[in-house]
Design a protein around this ligand. Structure first.
Ligand SMILES: Cc1ncc(COP(=O)(O)O)c(C=O)c1O
Length: 393
């Protein structure tokens, strides 16, 4: 990993006030509390957790999660897996389909590298063609480089997301039987992620969606096991529903990623009482650079935070000076007093935004600035490199 340029490392031990804006800041104390709550939840429910590193894209945070008890990490892209492995993370699951032969050659090389470090690479597949191409890439790597590495393969079923995955039931059985014809592929279980359910606002709707997903998983598992093939693991779940997948009795592993930072979108979910109390730990620090009689303008626009899940919240202001953020374009945010308030922040005032969606926000930044001791009087403790920034292939 490359060393950090001096402007970042010079910030270590400096007060929060010295962080220039806009900047992506992690409240390390809140992040650690989220980590502990997740680890305790998984332990209590006797379930594995393999957090999604597509969220933080950082090998050092992945290693922190594994140290806290995670089974490894998930990623979505081959290049994200490469960034993790380069950073010393060797249990990596690409929970996504990879089809291009060039990428599959990279996957096969990663399988060999992770195995050499005592780890394991896994990948999701949802087509016969995908299986054949993966097996071919694994065999070509064996012929080229020697040594017969095996890759773990999860067959993805669509449990309501309407994205990748075969229909639950017989289509999955067909794939599992095909998979078992290839010695370089090992059937690891089922991938059953219901992304849409995570963001349903009412707890009742989420319960209904995951109950349906669990039924689909159960049916598929029974059909596969009727063929004499064990389904050792069902993996899925995000931050919005993880309590439901954990309680379902069919999921054996949770893939939640956002719990570590918690964005403004997840704050809108009606909280399930069984859900651990995850806190916001990721903020964009911004400064007011212009004022008018009816609004103020800050220096963080949508080049600083993603807006696909809505505008950021303005954090921790007193009840009478609460602000609402409006889109001001690439580099600006427009701030207006929230309903019932009239006060506007003055020129130069520092503010903290809670982005709508953590994953694409992280991808906009080279580093995350880790602060300990709170956002007002804390100090910069570490600079966390976004190793997989822009790792799209
Ligand atoms: C396949 C998969 N698993 C798990 C997650 C984690 O979800 P979250 O970050 O909402 O916890 C995602 C997020 O998009 C995902 O695509």
């Amino acid at each position: 990993m490359s060393t950090l340029p001096p402007r970042w490392s010079e910030l270590i031990d400096r007060p929060v006030n010295d962080i220039d804006t806009p900047a992506l800041v992690i409240d390390l104390d809140a992040m650690k509390r989220n980590l502990v709550r997740m680890a305790e939840f998984a332990k209590k429910h006797n379930i594995l957790w393999r957090p999604h590193a597509k969220m933080h894209k950082s090998a050092s945070l992945a290693k922190m999660q594994i140290k806290a008890g995670a089974a490894g990490v998930c990623v979505q892209k081959t290049a994200e897996a490469e960034a993790m492995v380069a950073g010393g993370v060797y249990n990596v699951y690409i929970s996504n389909e990879v089809i291009a032969p060039g990428k599959l050659a990279r996957v096969a090389a990663l399988a060999k590298k992770t195995a050499a470090h005592g780890g394991q690479l896994a990948i999701a597949v949802d087509s016969t063609e995908g299986l054949i191409r993966l097996a071919q890439a694994m065999n070509e790597a064996r012929v080229r480089k020697g040594g017969g590495t095996v890759i773990d393969v999860f067959v993805e079923i669509d449990v309501g997301q309407g994205r990748c995955g075969v229909e639950p039931g017989s289509a999955a059985v067909t794939l599992v039987l095909e998979l078992r014809k290839h010695p370089a592929l090992r059937f690891a279980g089922l991938q059953a992620y219901h992304g849409k359910a995570q963001h349903l606002r009412s707890a009742r709707e989420r319960r209904k969606a995951i109950a349906k997903a669990a039924d689909a998983v159960l049916l598929t598992r029974q059909l596969i096991e009727a063929q004499g093939v064990a389904v050792n693991l069902v993996t899925g779940a995000g931050t919005g529903c993880l309590v439901l997948e954990a309680a379902s009795g069919v999921y054996g592993e949770l893939q939640a990623g956002s719990f570590l930072f918690m964005d403004a979108d997840y704050a809108q979910n009606e909280r399930d009482p069984a859900q651990p109390q995850f806190e916001h730990a990721m903020f964009v620090k911004t400064q007011v650079i212009s004022t008018r009689s009816d609004h103020a303008v800050c220096d963080a626009g949508h080049k600083s935070h993603a807006i696909d899940s809505g505008m950021p919240l303005v954090h921790a202001l007193s009840a009478d000076s609460a602000l609402e953020y409006f889109n001001g374009g690439d580099e600006h945010g427009i701030l207006r007093p929230a309903a019932g308030c009239s006060r506007l922040p003055g020129l130069g005032r520092m503010l903290w935004l809670i982005p709508g969606h953590c994953d694409p926000t992280v991808n906009l930044h080279d580093v995350m600035i880790g602060v300990s001791g709170g956002l007002h009087s804390g100090v910069v403790q570490r600079i966390i490199k976004v190793d997989a920034r822009g790792a799209l292939t």
